[in-house]
Design a protein around this ligand. Structure first.
Ligand SMILES: Cc1cc2nc3c(=O)[nH]c(=O)nc-3n(C[C@H](O)[C@H](O)[C@H](O)COP(=O)(O)OP(=O)(O)OC[C@H]3O[C@@H](n4cnc5c(N)ncnc54)[C@H](O)[C@@H]3O)c2cc1C
Length: 392
């Protein structure tokens, strides 16, 4: 029987959350989202003892609220480096921890010539295959006549975020990582994490609390100009004309992801979309879709950046998401199964990384690509902090 307050996640692996304070570890990680899990994985692979301190009784942050879209080939620069590293880690974890992940690539539907020209320009860099209108119609369940063509980003992966995080945590627990759930960190300093259940000693401390960095380390969040970005999402049952074999992006996605957004052709796409649909521009829509193994479809998403996430979700925005899905797929209104809000940290730079005190690191992915880059980012930070190379 589980001890009082203990949490069962990760396929039955037990996580302590009861009375066991204290302890001495090589590495203490605060936060059990994908960045914290990535840091724990990086540390345990290096033979280090690891404790993960998590405020919740289960993993419920941005890491389980997203599309599960690992959009590696849409990144550029520093993000692409982390995304490439994360790709290898995702593949290995899916195999070792046993969760669903597919090497799906990403489909892009271009509904206007300027969107197609943008995909064409990005494809010149390699890793993106262009599709004409018929090829796109063969590959994706879009309504006839809606798209002029599109593309496939070949490197990309898809997972089910609700399952993957739990499985990774279970796998890490089985490898000796100690999870202290229902335990909030209240302060960090060299060699020490203070928590609501006593203090923990650790040679290296990694703070990976996502947008909650504005609460635990407000000065760090202020310096990096971190805001909270709140997103509306839903899961629906939709009568698609055929299964969606890969995440599906639209022009609204292209103007967000670095590889596309930085190209001169993106200016025309952005201008066109905003002129044609100011209502969707006003809710900062990223019109995209992923289909889960049970056939249900994830739809999203809207973006509101502020110092606090409003608890109130606009029904007009949610209706717009549903209407756009109906138009793109040529289907009747989907049946909504669930609605939720997700929040991630947002800042002018894509990654926040700083050493607060010797051996104490704060990290956050400060744009909506933490599932894509988080494992690689955490690996990079832990490798540098410990100066130990991971076994192959
Ligand atoms: C709706 C939505 C869709 C998205 N879609 C995608 C996508 O398709 N692809 C992609 O790459 N990215 C996507 N993202 C972004 C991605 O989900 C995030 O960047 C990523 O999950 C952030 O991970 P994290 O570990 O930093 O934060 P989180 O997952 O939020 O985890 C932080 C953890 O820290 C814990 N914590 C906070 N404070 C404390 C404390 N004081 N003590 C102990 N624990 C604490 C929290 O309880 C939480 O469990 C999306 C995000 C959202 C919200």
């Amino acid at each position: 029987m589980a001890a009082e307050g203990a949490a069962m996640i990760g396929g039955g692996a037990q996580f302590s959350s009861g009375s066991a304070p204290g302890g001495c570890f090589d590495v203490a990680v605060v936060g059990s989202g994908i960045v914290g899990l990535g840091a724990a994985y990086a540390a345990v692979r290096r033979g280090l003892s690891v404790v993960v301190i998590e405020r919740g009784a289960r993993i419920t942050g941005a890491t389980i609220r997203n599309f599960g879209h690992l959009c590696i080939g849409a990144q550029t620069g520093e993000a692409r480096g982390y995304a490439d590293a994360a790709r290898e880690l995702w593949l290995r974890l899916a195999r070792d921890a046993g969760f669903w992940l597919r090497e799906s690539g990403t489909l892009i539907a271009a509904r206007h010539d300027d969107e197609f020209r943008l995909i064409e320009a990005a494809a010149a860099g390699g890793g993106i295959r262009l599709l004409d209108a018929q090829e796109l119609a063969d590959a994706a369940p879009v309504a006839p006549g809606v798209a002029v063509g599109g593309g496939v980003i070949e490197t990309d992966l898809q997972t089910d975020p609700r399952v993957a995080a739990d499985r990774i945590a279970g796998f890490l627990a089985a490898r000796g990582v100690e999870f202290r759930m229902r335990t909030s960190a209240t302060g960090v300093s060299s060699g020490r994490v203070d928590t609501t259940r006593g203090s923990v000693s650790a040679g290296t401390v990694v703070v990976a609390v996502g947008h909650d960095i504005d609460q635990l380390l407000p000065h760090v969040a202020d310096d990096a100009e971190v805001e909270r970005c709140a997103l509306d999402m839903m899961r629906v049952q939709a009568a698609l004309p055929k299964p969606l074999g890969a995440p599906l992006l639209t022009g609204w996605s292209l103007v967000r992801y670095g590889r596309f957004a930085r190209l001169p052709e993106a200016v025309f796409v952005r201008e066109h979309l905003h002129r044609q649909r100011p209502d969707l521009a006003a809710i900062d829509l990223n019109q995209m879709y992923t289909q889960l193994p049970d056939g249900s479809l994830l739809l999203g998403d809207t973006h509101v950046r502020d110092s606090v996430a409003s608890p109130f979700q606009s029904e007009d925005a949610q209706q717009a998401i549903l209407d756009e899905a109906s138009a793109l797929f040529g289907i009747a209104a989907p049946r909504v199964i669930e609605r939720w809000q997700g929040v991630y940290a947002s800042a002018p730079r894509d990654f926040l990384r700083c050493e607060l005190d010797p051996g104490v690191y704060a990290l956050a992915v400060t744009t909506g690509i933490g599932m894509t880059c988080g494992l690689g980012f955490a690996e990079h930070v832990v490798a540098a902090a410990t100066d130990i190379s991971a076994p192959a």
